[in-house]
Design a protein. Structure first.
Length: 312
């Protein structure tokens, strides 16, 4: 899809869209998702729509509430009463994580200690249950899927091939490199045929040599018709692959729009400057520790505009 088609489809108003702006074909619609920890409000999202079939980045300073928000809408945590959210037309509030996954909304998980001690193939087989967390061991013990086992195994082999992990299928997941783990997390999430995949910091701990391949895989998901929602600290990656960017700070949505617009938005710059951004932005980030962030953002925007003009 060309850049032009994207902007027509999303039809943002001139300049940056207001946070919570409507989308032409939202797959996810969230209302009043709030979560307090003690006296602190970690998440307070009034309204959010995620457009179907595009890559949306959720960014914001460390502690903004991004991971908590992911946990809430995927059923791994419970919001305060009054929250509503729907996915692909069905209400998802008050459902369990496994039902959310079965509805087609799947988040990746970092490999836990237990998963590290299992082989790559066994991790894939677990992914087919559309379950993560504590319940997965119960589902593993139940011989529910013996009939389907071959089908599931074939699907796993296909995905492992696509993610270049086929020769690792019998290795322990714990022996994989940082980038290979990320690929496995993604491959495992795809075992349940999600409509939307949610990635929390897919680039964290990834060797730069694998970055490009990971980016390609994420774009391929979108090109296959999947919706992608990801949290990422690496602004270079956000700029490079997002069709749309939503910004969170102190639990609230503060801006959304195209990457270039959002990163030039003074509200967003203030939110990053007001936070401990040195711990927030990863090694690969263009916004390096100790640098003048505002200047860098301005430079990036200028760079982006130049390259757009070149393309036009
Ligand atoms: N289980 C928890 N108990 C208490 N506070 C939490 C818990 N999980 C997250 N928080 C707090 O909620 C805020 C949002 O955290 P988080 O969602 O992890 O932010 P982000 O992913 O944007 O960095 C932070 O202040 C964090 O310390
Ligand atoms: Mg987080």
């Amino acid at each position: 899809m060309s850049d032009h088609d994207q902007s027509t489809q999303l039809a943002p108003p001139a300049g940056a869209a207001e946070p919570g702006s409507t989308k032409s074909d939202p797959i996810l619609v969230v209302d009043n998702v709030v979560r307090h920890f003690g006296g602190m409000t970690a998440v307070d999202v009034g309204h959010l729509e995620v457009q179907r079939g595009v890559i949306t980045a959720l960014i914001g300073p460390n502690g903004a509430g991004k991971t908590t928000f992911f946990n809430l809408i995927t059923g791994f945590d419970r919001p305060t009463a009054g929250a509503h959210w729907s996915f692909d037309g069905s209400a998802l509030d008050k459902t369990s994580a496994s039902r959310v996954a079965r509805a087609g909304m799947v988040r990746t998980f970092q490999l836990t200690k237990a998963l590290n001690r299992m082989t790559v193939m066994d991790n894939m087989m677990l992914g087919a249950r559309g379950q993560t967390g504590e319940n997965l061991f119960l589902s593993w013990l139940k011989p529910l899927w013996s009939n389907q086992e071959k089908e599931i195994r074939d699907k796993a082999l296909g995905l492992l091939e696509r993610f270049k992990l086929l020769d690792k299928q019998d290795d322990y997941a714990g022996s994989l490199s940082g980038g290979q783990r990320k690929l496995l997390e993604m491959a495992r999430a795809l075992m349940s045929d999600p409509k939307m995949i949610m990635l929390d910091e897919p680039m964290a701990g990834v060797n730069p040599a694998l970055t490009q391949s990971l980016l390609g895989h994420i774009q391929a998901l979108r090109d296959d018709g999947m919706t992608v929602l990801f949290v990422e600290h690496d602004m270079h990656m956000v700029r490079h692959i997002s069709d749309w960017v939503v910004v969170m700070a102190e639990g609230k949505l503060i801006a959304e729009g195209k990457a270039g617009e959002v990163m030039a938005n003074p509200v967003v710059i203030d939110a990053y400057l007001g936070a401990h951004h040195d711990t927030d932005l990863g090694d690969d980030a263009l916004l390096e520790e100790g640098s003048d962030m505002e200047e860098q953002l301005a430079d990036e925007v200028a760079e982006e505009e130049t390259s757009r003009e070149d393309q036009a």
